[in-house]
Design a protein around this ligand. Structure first.
Ligand SMILES: *Cc1c(COP(=O)(O)O)cnc(C)c1O
Length: 438
C-alpha cells in the first residue's frame, strides 16, 4: 500500500509498519494499550492556522473561525485552541465546564444549543461567555431576564434557518425550513425574532447565525454561497424594515473530509476565498455594509488528526458467507457506521500483500456494531494483531458511550516524536463510580 492510498499525509508505512505523525502505531499501542484514540497535534495546529489565515486573508480583520468543540472536546484540545487563538463553539454545561477548566478564555466562546437549560444559561453568564447564539424566542426571553438579574448586557447572535437542503445525510442536515434548529425566514418568524431581540433591554444583537449541515463536499461552494445570499438578503430586508444591519454573520461549519480514497479533497482556503468574493460582491449589489464573518469548523479541524488503534479479538469465517474481524472496541468508541453508515479506511499495523475481504466489527451486543464492512486486511490477520481506523479525530471520542459498561479508551497526543496522555483510559471502577451501591 503506497502513501497516497492512506488518505492523509500523516499516515504511512515504514519498513512494513504503520506510522502516524511519524511514530510507530504498534509501539504506541504497546505502551498505552488498545483501543486508543491517537491525535497528531501538529495536524490540529496546521488546520487551525489554515482556517485563521484563510479567514483573515479573504474576509479581513475581525472575521474568524470558531472551533466547534462538539467534534472533539477535552481539556487538552481547548488548550490547543487557546494557544492558537481560536474562538470556540460550546453546546452544553459539560463543554462549558471543560473549556473553562482548561483555561479557555470564555470571551472567545459562542454558546449554542436549541434547548439550553436555565442552569446552562446561568452558568454561561457566570463564566462570562462572549456571545450566545440564541436559537428560539423561549431562550431569548429567559436570557434577557437572567442577564437583567445579573445586571449585565449580553451579546447575542440569532440562529436563523435559511431554508437550504445541503443534500448530505438527513441526520446531519440542519438548514431546512422545518429544522429543529433556529427560526425560519420563509414563515416570517425570523423577522419577528429580530424585532424581539432588538427590543430586549439586556441583550445586544451583534448579528445572525446559520448552519446548513455537515459533510459539505460541494467543491463549487454553492451551499455556502446560497446560505450567504439568503442571509445577506434577509439582512437587507431587516435593515429596510427595522433599520438594523448585522455586524457579524456566522455561516456555521460543515466542510467534509476524506474518509476513503473516493472522497474528494476540499480546498478550504479556495472555498473561503470564493465565498468572500461572493459576499463582498453581493453586499455591494444590495447596498448592505459587508459584515464580519464567522465560520465554525469542527470536523475539518480534527478528523484527519485522529486515528483509532485496536487489537483483534477474533477472526471468524462463516463458510461460504463472510469473514468477521472483531476488535476490542466498536460502536462504543466509534458509533458513526451504526448511526450514518459512515465510510472509514481500516488498515493493519503490519503491512502484508496477501489480502482477504472482511467485516470489521466491535465487541458490543448488537449486530449493528460494525466499524466498517467490506474491508481489505491481511489474510493472515489473527487474534492479537493490531489494526487501525483512519480519520477518526471527529465525532468518535465525543460520541463515545459506555454501552455494555465498556470503559472508554484513552486519548494519546503525538507531537514531534513524543506522546502525551490527554485523557486517561476509563477503568471499570470509573464506569461504576456514579452507582449508589445500596
Ligand atoms: C456541528 C456544528 C458545527 C461543526 O460542523 P462540522 O461539520 O464538524 O464542521 C458548526 N456549527 C454548528 C452550529 C454545528 O451544529
Amino acid at each position: 500500500m503506497s502513501g497516497k492510498d492512506l488518505i492523509s499525509g500523516n499516515v504511512s508505512y515504514d519498513g512494513g509498519r504503520l506510522t502516524f505523525a511519524g511514530m510507530d502505531v504498534g509501539k504506541i499501542a504497546d505502551e498505552y494499550g488498545t483501543p486508543a484514540y491517537l491525535y497528531d497535534e501538529n495536524r490540529i495546529v496546521d488546520n487551525c492556522r489554515m482556517y485563521k489565515r484563510a479567514m483573515k486573508e479573504s474576509f479581513g480583520e475581525g472575521s474568524l473561525p470558531a472551533y466547534a468543540g462538539k467534534a472533539a472536546a477535552f481539556g487538552y484540545m481547548y488548550k490547543i485552541m487557546s494557544r492558537e487563538g481560536m474562538a470556540a463553539d460550546l453546546v452544553s454545561i459539560g463543554e462549558l465546564y471543560t473549556a473553562s477548566a482548561a483555561g479557555f478564555d470564555m470571551k472567545n466562546a459562542y454558546f449554542h444549543g436549541n434547548a439550553k437549560t436555565d442552569e446552562e444559561i446561568s452558568e454561561a453568564l457566570r463564566l462570562g461567555v462572549g456571545c450566545f447564539v440564541v436559537d428560539n424566542p423561549d431562550e431569548l426571553s429567559v436570557l434577557d431576564d437572567m442577564a437583567r438579574k445579573r445586571g449585565i448586557n449580553q451579546k447575542i447572535l440569532l440562529r436563523i434557518t435559511p431554508g437550504i437542503d445541503p443534500h448530505t445525510y438527513e441526520a446531519v442536515s440542519t438548514g431546512k425550513v422545518d429544522s429543529k434548529f433556529g427560526v425560519p425566514i420563509a414563515t416570517g418568524q425570523a423577522a419577528e425574532f429580530v424585532k424581539s431581540a432588538l427590543a430586549a433591554p439586556n441583550l445586544t444583537l451583534i448579528g445572525y447565525h446559520c448552519h446548513v449541515g455537515s459533510l459539505v463536499f460541494d467543491t463549487e461552494s454553492s451551499v455556502y454561497t446560497d446560505a450567504a445570499r439568503i442571509m445577506l438578503d434577509f439582512s437587507r430586508d431587516m435593515r429596510e424594515l427595522v433599520g438594523y444591519a448585522p455586524e457579524y454573520i456566522s455561516l456555521g461549519g460543515g466542510y467534509g473530509v476524506r474518509y476513503v480514497n473516493s472522497d474528494p479533497q476540499v480546498d478550504i482556503p479556495k472555498n473561503i476565498e470564493r465565498l468572500a468574493e461572493f459576499m463582498k460582491c453581493h453586499s455591494a449589489e444590495i447596498g448592505l455594509p459587508m459584515p464580519k464573518v464567522i465560520t465554525e469548523p469542527g470536523r475539518s479541524i480534527v478528523a484527519d488528526a485522529g486515528m483509532t488503534v485496536y487489537t483483534v479479538g477474533s477472526v471468524k469465517n462463516v463458510k461460504g458467507y463472510k469473514t468477521y474481524v472483531a476488535v476490542d472496541g466498536g460502536m462504543t468508541d466509534n458509533p458513526r457506521y451504526a448511526l450514518y453508515r459512515s465510510s472509514y479506511t481500516v488498515v493493519p499495523a503490519i503491512e502484508s500483500d496477501e489480502k482477504m475481504i472482511c467485516d470489521v466489527v466491535g465487541k458490543c451486543c448488537e449486530s449493528g456494531d460494525i466499524i466498517q464492512p467490506g474491508v481489505s486486511l491481511p489474510a493472515s490477520t489473527r487474534r492479537g494483531d493490531r489494526i487501525a481506523v483512519l480519520t477518526t479525530g471527529a465525532y468518535n471520542y465525543s460520541m463515545a458511550s459506555n454501552y455494555n459498561r465498556i470503559p472508554r479508551p484513552p486519548v494519546v497526543m503525538i507531537k514531534d516524536g513524543e506522546t502525551t496522555l490527554a485523557v486517561r483510559r476509563e477503568t471499570p471502577a470509573d464506569v461504576a463510580a456514579l452507582d449508589l451501591m445500596i
